[in-house]
Design a protein around this ligand. Sequence first.
Ligand SMILES: *Cc1c(COP(=O)(O)O)cnc(C)c1O
Length: 382
Amino acid sequence: MEISTLCVHGCDKKYDNTGAVSVPIFASSTFAHPGVGQSTGFDYSRSQNPTKEHLEHTITALEGGCDTIAFSSGMAAVSALMELFSPGDHIVASDDLYGGTFRLFSHISEKNGIKFSYATSAGEIAAKITSATKAIFIETPSNPMMNVVDIEAAAQLKQNAQNDLNKILLIVDNTFLTPVFQRPLSLGADIVLHSGTKYLGGHNDTLSGMLTVKDSDLAGRLRFIAKTTGGCLSPFDSFLIIRGIKTLAVRMERHNKTALAVAKWFTEQKKVKKVYYIGLQDHPDYAISCRQASGFGGMISFTVDTEQTAKSILENVKVIKYAESLGGTESLITYPLMQTHADLPQDERERRGINACLLRLSVGLEAESDIIEDLRQAMGNS
Ligand SMILES: *Cc1c(COP(=O)(O)O)cnc(C)c1O
């Protein structure tokens, strides 16, 4: 089945016999048992709830996995994921990461004894793998510098480095491209992570996180962690994400089309010094993107000539909102230096190119002409 059809009909399991086309919100914390030792399949909503299950089945179908677990936020999903590891374990992670993920790794996971090395390309990852390495964690494209990692190459590395005693998990944060454009499990990943807050939900109205896995052993371990640590997604939020996903394929196409136009327009502006969009042919990883993804998404980062121009854009946009987050109907512009990546040490930020002139734009679903006109007036060009 085509991905756009799966977005609409991802899970066809029926939970009642009314013929309801839209899945009901099962607002029940607990479920009555038909007899001693018997279950309807649902016992308590921290373990599972029908609305949440419906969402999980839909994501599983989209990512081509074996199981999905939905969490109350993307960070709840990453936190649960970290419970797979023990003190002394080592993880090689993308150099350029969502700020919250980096904060979790450096302030919480390290305190718990997990060690991290950071790398940009598949080649660099290879050099960082040790006998203690238990996972490779990549975000591709990355936030905010739009680096692309070759997922198949990373999977090959993992294959070469691991042995029977030491399995290495390849974990891919697929938030930016979604399964509509990129399916990491089919490229050799073991776990796909999403902040469902972003494109999956798509309307800037709720938070969620997802972990999709390739095999049932891993699914069992993660389900145990999820029900034990308790960061589960509520029935109502599950409903909102299911509703968002119905239009995911259509939205992604439009985000992609408008973002490409805006990125090209940026390249023609005097005040714009550099454009980071994976769909531009001069992006250093353009060939990898074309090979492993069927679209480029709606995220653009760019640097302007001065800090003054950056601030002027943030303060003068009207159609576009100056706000954190991404992937929704509304275009949002972010100042990574002061928002998403404020907790990164300054030298780390500078090394990655996150400076006072860098802005990140999540291209929404408004008309291309209105987005460009808004940027033009905010930049102070006529
Ligand atoms: C937002 C985001 C997260 C964290 O998700 P929340 O839903 O905000 O907790 C993780 N990874 C990426 C790439 C993100 O953009």
